[in-house]
Write a protein that binds this ligand. Structure first.
Ligand SMILES: Cc1cc2nc3c(=O)[nH]c(=O)nc-3n(C[C@H](O)[C@H](O)[C@H](O)COP(=O)(O)OP(=O)(O)OC[C@H]3O[C@@H](n4cnc5c(N)ncnc54)[C@H](O)[C@@H]3O)c2cc1C
Length: 399
């Protein structure tokens, strides 16, 4: 049976996340967007409310929630402020490689502290010279005695200046591409690690993004995740678990944009009528609603696949590709409905429009999702028609 209803616990989580967004995020979103300051008080409150680190299993002090619950919560929070939610959610992204490939000691040492007080973990994969091509990572790692030694630079690392530790992807030999990638847990206070200045961004300005440099940074051998050469697999498995949430982020932003537009058309008049009276405007709202509904169903399917321990790579790419395009389209139409007021910072739409763009870029661009899906249709997809029946220009015989 297919069941589209949320459980009582899921509804409760949704309500708590929604109330948190309305009480603590929306009122301060403009301030953090303007200043680009790190919203630590809001994140602390989120941690206090038990809305952070949702994936951490109960045995390590977390609530042990599934991808579905993570998606339900981030949809609500991203509707409040995309940037703050990115800064909150990045702990889940950073911790996911440990959940996937960490041993018991690593989980005890690195996951548990996240649930005891507010601590940050960042996911350090992208570099100045590579983003989409994860197998092309150039940060080098060398085994020296009981340590691995890291040299290189990461870029675009969310929350990097505040991170207590990083999950880092590095190569034993860049010529060997994906076969040589390794993943590590790296304490941020390791000698030889420096973080760069936060970069000024178009949107998501409440989340801090900066470079991380490694110069002869020595990491204890026991901090490798899985074994040598497993880094690429760990990164891809991580994205399969986290991309449904990016689709949920995008759905939340689109939902907020539609709700601001709905409110506006009920108030604004043109040609002696409320905007809501124009059929063209109603059709715009209808398009928004249809697309948001479709996005939510897609992220729920991807999350359900992940929670059922099946490979969620394909449904996660479908959900991310579609929901992030929807967020961009809906934000753009919501700006349009607001006319000039959509273009100024006294209304939330211009921020939502800038914030929406990032969803098509991080955690695998829209093009990368389509690469994955194109390959799947050609190589993995099982056609319903094993052999294409003949296409005849004849009336059927009597069957
Ligand atoms: C605000 C922000 C926060 C981020 N946070 C993090 C983080 O916390 N951790 C982290 O590791 N990374 C992070 N990233 C990095 C992000 O994941 C990358 O920017 C993204 O993967 C794209 O990589 P790139 O910027 O190097 O673009 P490129 O890979 O250089 O791509 C440039 C363009 O070419 C296209 N392209 C590339 N290859 C192909 C192809 N084979 N076929 C067709 N088109 C292609 C891309 O889709 C894109 O349009 C963040 C980025 C931003 C902007």
């Amino acid at each position: 049976m297919v069941d589209f209803s949320y459980t009582k616990a899921q509804l409760d989580l949704q309500r708590r996340a929604r109330e948190f967004a309305q009480e603590y995020m929306i009122p301060y979103a403009h301030y953090y967007d303007k200043t680009g300051a790190f919203p630590r008080p809001i994140i602390q409150k989120c941690w206090d409310e038990g809305l952070m680190n949702l994936a951490i299993p109960k045995e390590y002090g977390g609530p042990g929630l599934g991808v579905t619950e993570q998606c339900i919560a981030v949809e609500e929070m991203a509707a409040g402020c995309a940037g703050m939610t990115t800064s909150i959610y990045v702990n889940t992204l950073g911790a996911e490689p440990i959940l996937i490939a960490g041993n018991k000691e690593q989980k005890e040492k690195y996951l548990k502290p996240l649930t005891e007080e507010l601590k940050f973990v960042s996911f350090a994969c992208s570099e100045p010279g590579i983003g989409s091509d994860v197998a092309g990572i150039e940060t080098r790692v060398e085994k020296k005695g009981d340590n691995y030694v890291l040299n290189g630079a990461k870029f675009w690392i969310t929350n990097a200046p505040y991170a207590d530790y990083f999950t880092v992807f590095a190569s034993l030999d860049p010529n060997q591409r994906h076969k040589a990638l390794c993943a590590f847990i790296v304490d941020a206070d390791t000698p030889g690690i420096k973080t760069g200045r936060p970069v000024e961004k178009m949107g998501h300005r409440a989340s801090t993004t900066s470079a991380v440099m490694f110069r002869d940074a020595e990491v204890p051998a026991e901090n490798i995740l899985g074994s040598e050469g497993e880094g690429f697999k760990i990164a891809m498995q991580t994205f399969a678990m986290t991309r449904p949430s990016i689709a949920a982020f995008a759905t939340g932003l689109a939902k907020a944009a539609m709700e601001y537009a709905r409110e506006y058309v009920n108030k604004r008049e043109a040609f002696n009528q409320k905007l809501r009276e124009f059929e063209v405007i109603q059709f715009k709202l209808a398009e928004m609603y249809m697309k948001i509904e479709a996005s939510r169903l897609l992220y729920l399917k991807a999350a359900w696949t992940a929670d059922n321990k099946e490979d969620s790579t394909v449904p996660a790419s479908v959900a991310k590709a579609i929901a992030t395009d929807v967020a961009m389209e809906v934000a753009s139409e919501a700006v349009q409905i607001h006319g000039g007021y959509g273009y100024i910072d006294q209304y939330p739409l211009e921020k939502l429009f800038r914030d929406a763009k990032l969803y098509q870029i991080y955690e695998g661009t829209s093009e990368v999702q389509r690469l994955i899906l194109g390959r799947y249709v050609l190589k993995g997809y099982k056609p319903a028609m094993e052999q294409i029946p003949k296409w005849l220009n004849e009336a059927p015989p009597s069957f």
